[in-house]
Ligand binder design. Sequence first.
Ligand code: ARG
Length: 458
Amino acid sequence: MKLWGGRFTKPTNQLVEEYTASIPFDQRLVEEDIRGSLAHVRMLGASGILTASEVDTITKGLEQIQKRVLAKEVEFSIAHEDIHMNIEKLLIDEVGPVGGKLHTGRSRNDQVALDMHLFVRRSTVELIQGLTELRRALVAKAEAHVDTILPGYTHLQRAQPVRFGHHLLAYVEMFGRDVERLQDSYKRVDTMPLGAGAIAGSTFPIQRELVADELGFSRLYENSMDAVSDRDYLVEFLSCASLIMVHLSRLSEELILWSSEEFGYVELDDAFCTGSSMMPQKKNPDVPELIRGKVGRVIGHGVSLLTTLKALPLTYNKDMQEDKEGIFDTVDTLAGALALTAPMVEGLKVKEERMRENAEGGFTNATDLAEYLVTKGVPFREAHAVVGKLVLHCLEANQSLLDLTLAEYQAAHPAIEEDIFHRLSLEVVTDARSAGCGTARERVVEVIQKKKEEIDEA
Ligand code: ARG
């Protein structure tokens, strides 16, 4: 007999049972579910709805179930549909009919909302920790490579030289914004739905504040219909997660490119690579590739939930059961990617000479030659054209700008003097960008310090 079987005259069709059950995946909420029930029953006692001895019996029963769950002694059953009814059934089996009083003043609709709020709240905290560890690893690598210079790219064409530390700090900023976004969405995750009942609230003199206090929620839902139908916090979570995955995929893509023979800028630690079953020479960057590949499923979960919610009438609808698997998979995918990327960055071998060689080629100092002419009073547009011609000349002669003689420079423009050779060296070129958020050494060192403090405060 089902816990809700009173008004039914037939047993549930077997296929229906299998199709509608969420226990195969929502058993992941077991800890949250029991924790929520413990807080609920204590409140029922404090509000005079259950007697002290009933509360005591139910509490002990739930604690017993919790122990058995931890010891993996409990078997859940699809006949009881979901985690909420499975626990309630186990409780009644454990303590007898008094266990049936646990669900007083509560519905699975506000119960499942509570469980998901608890789960996402904990996951948000864990993801912030993961992001913080990754930022720490990136800052440490940046600090070790303040003086490593590589070409910065636009259109994947060499643009201007940058310090490798500066390049890595760009990711520290991205992941910093990700932390801020999670912290902001946390406010809405940290809102307590219990007390909404199935839809309209409770006829019992419940005290929602007690439950919220015990579970550490800082806010309460103020509308029962919203409390049971709100899944915005899940959409926000998935959207934050998607953006984090996108950031991880951009870093992954750079690691993949840089570790190719063609770039040759980095080598990933052997422990983070795999080989080929056929080609003995191969060392493949599978981890960043897979992270790059897994972005699709996380974005997919976000799109999927939005699609499920679109045009869904108030309040709870069974459609909403579809929110869970995507959330669980997102947490696992993202936590795994963060946990791998931090040590991968730490173990990264940086090939400084190769970076420098490429920064010296490709005319990454051409802008500086043009700006040098500007400081001599030449209009920028004219300077641009002069340098463009010199670049063309160098390309034909297979030279770099630093290979030109002073005579060649002066033939191109009489304002160019001996000091140009110093001005076009990589260090001077990067350090010239000391204004604002540029790649000058002093700026990079300053930002590293600032980020370290920021991370320590987090
Ligand atoms: N398993 C359900 C879910 O995950 C729990 C809520 C069910 N409520 C109901 N009235 N059927 O959404």
